[in-house]
Structures are given as structure tokens and as C-alpha cells.
Design a protein around this ligand. Structure first.
Ligand SMILES: [Zn+2]
Length: 117
């Protein structure tokens, strides 16, 4: 069984990914362009998170963006609608060998935001 372990810098928030990412997504929305997350999108059952992160909701509140309260790393996002079948894992929390050479996909999240910030 595939299992990749990642964590924030201090280790307070730990991520387990049970699939192999095949691409890495960069989003230009107002929050992603600041945090510089490199996203792997997957069904919630393909990943698990341990630790007490802090959730931040922006704009339309469709998702919670989680970060570590100690070291500040952005670790993942989860949908606020629990039936939405997708979450995002920040690949930068994992060994670079997992994501360094993956093709990048540019996501135009800014186009879906009602107001710039
Ligand atoms: Zn941390």
C-alpha cells in the first residue's frame, strides 16, 4: 500500500497521503498566491491529517485552509461542505522527491473570486 508521510516544519500537523500524485497544482487566487501552496487534489479518503491545525475561511467560505499554529505552514484544505468529494494537500509538506519533478498545473482560482484582495 502506498503511503507518503509529510508534516509541517515543527511536526505538530502530520499528513499521510495514500496515493501517488501525478501533477502539482499552483493556484493564483488571493490566498494561494500568498501561501505558495503546491496542491495535490484528492478524495478525502486518500489522505489523513493528525494534529491541531487552525482553519481559515476566505471569501465564499467554500473551504477551510489549514495551517499550523506553531510554525505557520499551510498544510491542506478541506471543503466546508462534507459531501464535496475533494480536498487539497500541500505537497511542500512532503519530501521534495515526491513532487519536485511533477508537471505543474496552473489553476486560475483568481477568476472565481468575486473581489480581489
Ligand atoms: Zn508546525
Amino acid at each position: 500500500m502506498i503511503e507518503h508521510q509529510g508534516s509541517c516544519h515543527c511536526g505538530r500537523v502530520r499528513l499521510t497521503l495514500r496515493s501517488d500524485p501525478t501533477e502539482a497544482s499552483e493556484c493564483n487566487c488571493s490566498i494561494c498566491r500568498r501561501t505558495a501552496g503546491l496542491w495535490h487534489y484528492c478524495p478525502p479518503e486518500s489522505a489523513s491529517v493528525n494534529g491541531d491545525g487552525i482553519a481559515y475561511q476566505q471569501g465564499d467560505r467554500a473551504l477551510d485552509l489549514w495551517h499550523c499554529p506553531t510554525c505557520g505552514c499551510t498544510t491542506h484544505w478541506t471543503p466546508t461542505d462534507p459531501t464535496y468529494p475533494r480536498m487539497g494537500i500541500n505537497l511542500r509538506m512532503f519530501d521534495p522527491n515526491l513532487w519536485r519533478d511533477l508537471p505543474r498545473r496552473l489553476v486560475d482560482g483568481a477568476a472565481y473570486q468575486s473581489s480581489g484582495s
